[in-house]
Write a protein that binds this ligand. Structure first.
Ligand code: GCB
Length: 598
């Protein structure tokens, strides 16, 4: 799906701002005709944002169920000859949309964009009313999975709570920008860019999907706007001699203008894309960027910020990127769901290598308290064919959305699933097959530290192994000597049983900023520093380890729990993006040359 862009042939109008908002605890909105008559007793709510932390109401923060949003807008008259599209960057988790009382579309994916042609429903001379019903309940037919539990309290009230499997707050609402945009009637439907680089010459392949009645023209420009090559046809190849390869140190972007013309040469449509020429491969237990080994240094992140929750926020995003650069990071993982498209645009421009993850987090049952064992999820039917369809659909849409970003270097299928169950193998085989059909980037799957390397049914299917490790924290708490010995042993077992390179996709400890202790104890800043230093020494013993991403970039909100003090505190930065002591530990390591090849 193409990101909406303004050109001389396309217009766009953001609908971001303050919308009307109302909770609907009894689900009466549709029955009372809110979609056609408007929502009756609204309060003000910003879009994009999570709604949870905007007001002071506990009911709104913890709300589970339907809420309604409403806005109104005029549409310029010169749009009336065009296709008019209404597009949402993401709404968590379910959305139904009405335009001027007409139901136009629905979505059930909280982290991916959706759009609909509303040309037939907009008025030229009157205000247009857009109404969105948002529901934030999770089920085991979707990602991330979850379950609404109903309990009747002593005073006869039904209390509904969300049972979720993942460690982040269930922020909800219209999370990303909403646009009205136009395309001409004859328009460029999709574009797929591939690049290759042999050390000198760059190769760009372009595939466009456009109506057969029109002709496609491409113009490739360098970053000064000088034309380098011009081509024609739905599919084409462009060789770029002495190409500037894209990398974190030199995120050089070419610009590709794409025109659709009629038989007389009149321009019907125009779209453009940034193109970074780069080659990413996994070879001989190494990760190669443009032919040379690259070591990933960086973070697992979250889209999470004070007040706006998971709402798209360019201010926080840029602060994060500058802090990551300053720390010496060259990469991040979009844990645990697809991030806003604008984040990937920044990663292209500023030079970050991105592990792009689906929202498959929590495909692992929690421990059974009586036994301490993990209940199966693949083998007992909890993971249904519907959930698998949802996973496949998410992967396909993620790839179609993000495949043209040079920053995206691999796809992560899931985080910490029950891959020790034999039934997981068939499930993941189908995921891998789909990805291989759609794209040639390496595939990763991220493992929980309880997965025994000898008994994992999925790692053999992927190109690169992600490991989340917390020895000395969740096991042998506070004992870093035992923790690092366990880490060494665990990595050794992975290295012996698998041929693929390993990225440490999570390692870290909760740390209360300002808590100092000598000797170090858990939760102190000293403990975080020592944990990282000791882990780094172990990573350096393993040539198979081709990357380290600390958990987490910043502190983030979780549900209320006995093991969380106002959220997860494993951040290297606080939630308001100020450094803890450990930032200097990372900066020292990441800004100086690591051992050979790292
Ligand atoms: C993990 C999860 C991550 C949690 C983290 C933690 O393994 O992947 O979502 O937040 O551990 O802090 O416990």
């Amino acid at each position: 799906m193409l990101y909406p862009r303004m050109t001389e042939k396309r217009q766009k109008k953001p609908l971001d701002g303050v919308w009307k908002f109302q909770l609907d605890p009894s689900g009466k909105g549709a029955g009372e005709r809110w979609p056609s008559q408007g929502i009756p007793s609204p309060i003000h709510m910003p879009v994009p944002s999570s709604y949870n932390d905007i007001t002071t109401s506990e009911e709104i923060r913890d709300f589970l169920g339907d809420v309604w949003y409403e806005t109104s807008t005029y549409v310029p008259s010169d749009w009336m000859t065009e296709r008019i599209i209404l597009r949402f960057g993401a709404v968590a988790h379910h959305a139904k949309v009405w335009v001027n009382g007409h139901f136009v579309t629905e979505s059930h994916n909280g982290f991916l964009p959706f759009e609909v042609d509303v040309t037939a429903f907009v008025n030229e001379e009157k205000m247009n009313r857009i109404i969105v019903k948002v529901n934030n309940e999770l089920t085991w037919d979707m990602l991330p999975p979850g379950e609404v539990i109903e309990k009747v309290t002593e005073d006869g009230e039904t209390k509904r709570t969300l049972h979720q499997q993942h460690d982040f707050f269930n922020y909800s609402g219209i999370h990303r920008s909403v646009f009205l945009y136009t395309t001409p009637q004859t328009f460029i439907h999709s574009l797929k860019i591939g690049t290759d680089f042999n050390g000198e010459t760059g190769m760009i392949t372009v595939q466009s999907e456009s109506p057969p009645s029109a002709f496609v023209y491409y113009s490739l420009k360098d970053d000064q706007g000088e034309i380098i090559a011009e081509r024609q046809g739905n599919t084409t190849e462009i060789q770029v001699p002495e190409a500037e390869a894209w990398s974190p140190e030199n995120p050089y972007l070419y610009k590709l203008d794409v025109y659709l013309k009629d038989g007389e040469g009149t321009i019907l449509d125009h779209y453009y894309l940034n193109v970074g020429i780069r080659k990413i491969e996994v070879k001989d237990e190494q990760l190669l960027l443009n032919g040379s080994p690259i070591y990933l240094k960086g973070f697992g992140k979250h889209e999470d910020a004070v007040i706006r929750g998971k709402g798209y926020d360019p201010v926080t995003n840029l602060r994060d990127m500058y802090l990551m650069k300053e720390t010496g990071a060259n990469s991040f993982r979009t844990a645990h769901y697809p991030y806003a498209e604008e984040v990937l645009q920044l990663a292209d421009e500023l030079g970050f290598l991105v592990i792009d993850e689906t929202s498959a987090v929590g495909l692992l049952s929690q421990g059974v308290p009586a036994t301490g064992n993990l209940e199966p999820v693949f083998s007992n039917g909890k993971i249904s064919s519907r959930l698998k369809e949802y996973h496949l659909d998410t992967l396909q849409r993620l790839i179609e959305r993000d495949r043209n970003h040079p920053s995206v270097i691999m796809w992560s299928l899931s985080n910490e699933a029950s891959t020790m169950e034999p039934e997981a193998e068939v499930y993941y085989k189908d995921l891998v097959e789909l990805v291989r059909k759609l794209d040639d980037r390496p595939i990763m799957n991220v493992n929980l530290m309880l997965i025994e390397p000898e008994k994992c049914f999925v790692s053999k299917l992927v190109d690169i192994i992600g490991l989340n490790v917390y020895f000395g924290w969740y096991s042998t708490p506070g004992d870093l000597k035992a923790g690092t010995a366990d880490l060494r042993n665990y990595l050794d077992r992975w290295a012996k049983t698998h041929d693929q390179p390993i990225v440490i996709t999570e390692y870290g400890v909760d740390t209360v900023p300002g808590l100092h202790k000598v000797p170090a104890v858990m939760f102190s800043e000293e403990f975080q520093v020592q944990f990282l230093e000791k882990y780094h020494n172990v990573f350096d013993e393993f040539p198979e380890v081709v990357g380290e991403q600390v958990w987490n970039f910043a502190d983030f909100m979780t549900k209320q729990d006995t093991v969380r003090v106002d959220g997860n505190k494993k951040g290297i930065f606080t939630r308001d993006r100020q450094p803890k002591m450990a930032q200097y530990t990372l900066q020292k390591r990441w800004k100086s040359p690591l051992r050979e090849g790292k």
